[in-house]
Design a protein around this ligand. Structure first.
Ligand code: 3Y8
Ligand code: NAP
Length: 255
């Protein structure tokens, strides 16, 4: 039976996979949560919005006769990934996660690791700093009590009212460049960068620029996810698609 794929998207790797799937003539649907106004177009049909939890996703898989699911969401999209594991088990559809390794500090990096957003907020208590808050829009409110800082906010869409007395907004989606991020940090005399450990190449420019400028980074580690079949390589996903019959639930974890 020809595969009929669901790609849970929202990352550069998901876009690259959609291109490979489309070029291979494989049927599939690319799914966005609907977080930004104009998500990147894709070479596959796109669906947008939540599924309605685990049961909503399980129902969608059955109603659309999905044969394989690829979770290519961002490492911080933990709820979606957990739902995908549960829904695929429920309807016995094989699942693979396409992820990228976390960034690892190298010589010259001045990282302080924190496990989550609240810990990053706690680490920012204290004297005024000029903080590049490059973690998007959804969690900005958590930092609102820390009014003493100047914030450089990088957002995908033009924001509404922001909860800070002193800030600058850079409306820009990735992929970002080293020169661009270094100039941005110098222009705003940034003292500290707050970053999620997104991994991948599209957002690492700020980390490399921070190293070059000797600026410390507050690195938010990834949420932990249940075990699932996982790969960092698109070719692994294409091989998996070709030799995994649908209905073989992804219980074994090897690729
Ligand atoms: C809607 C869909 C591609 C994919 C591009 C990648 C790279 C740029 C790094 C910084 C960090 C951040 C943010 C970021 C990155 C890629 C990738 C990645 C970080 C788009 C996209 C969607 C989103 C949602 C958005 C979040 C926000 C997070 C901005 C498309 C562009 C900060 C995460 O305004 C909002 O509500 C934004 C929400 C979730 C995190 C947050 O909490 O605000 N991503 N980002 C997806 C959907 O609707 O399903 O247009 O492509 C995708 C990309 N974001 O193919 O080019 O592969 O990771 N996205 C973080 O890492 O901290 C930017 O500024 O340095
Ligand atoms: P999340 O917190 O894990 O998910 C919350 C809910 O949003 C999910 O339960 C699901 O709703 C819906 N959802 C999430 N991703 C979806 C997708 N690809 N297709 C359909 N519904 C989706 O997710 P998030 O962190 O908000 O991320 C949302 C999107 O932005 C994802 O596509 C992710 O890849 C992308 N993204 C996120 C980040 C980040 O920092 N979090 C960074 C870059 C890109 P239901 O329960 O109703 O199904």
């Amino acid at each position: 039976m020809k595969p009929n794929l669901l790609i849970l998207g929202g990352t550069s790797e998901a876009s690259a996979l959609a291109k490979a799937v489309s070029e291979a003539g494989i049927e599939g649907v690319f799914s966005y949560a609907g977080r930004v106004e104009q998500p990147r177009p894709q070479p596959l049909p796109i669906r947008t919005g939540g599924f309605g939890g685990i049961d909503g996703l399980a129902r969608w898989l059955r109603e659309n006769a999905v044969s394989h699911v690829v979770d290519a969401t961002h490492p911080f999209a933990a709820q979606m990934s957990q739902n995908a594991i549960a829904a695929c088990q429920q309807v016995n559809v094989p699942l693979i996660a396409l992820t990228r390794p976390p960034w690892v500090a190298q010589a010259g990096d001045r990282w302080q690791h924190v496990p989550d957003i609240p810990s990053a907020v706690h680490a920012l208590e204290g004297a005024r700093q000029r903080v590049m808050l490059a973690i998007g829009r959804m969690y900005l409110e958590s930092f609102a009590p820390l009014r003493q800082h100047f914030y450089l906010l990088r957002l995908v869409d033009v924001p509404g009212a922001l909860p800070f007395p002193e800030y600058a907004v850079e409306v820009s989606r990735g992929p970002f460049t080293l020169d661009g991020d270094r100039a941005l940090m110098e222009r705003h005399a940034i003292d500290l960068v707050v970053s999620k450990n997104a991994g991948g190449s599209a957002a690492r420019a700020k980390i490399d620029a921070a190293r070059e400028l000797g600026i410390p980074v507050l690195m938010i580690d990834r949420p932990t996810l249940p075990a699932r079949r996982e790969t960092h390589e698109i070719q692994d996903v294409m091989r998996w698609l070709s030799h995994t019959p649908s209905g073989v639930s992804g219980t074994d974890l090897g690729v």
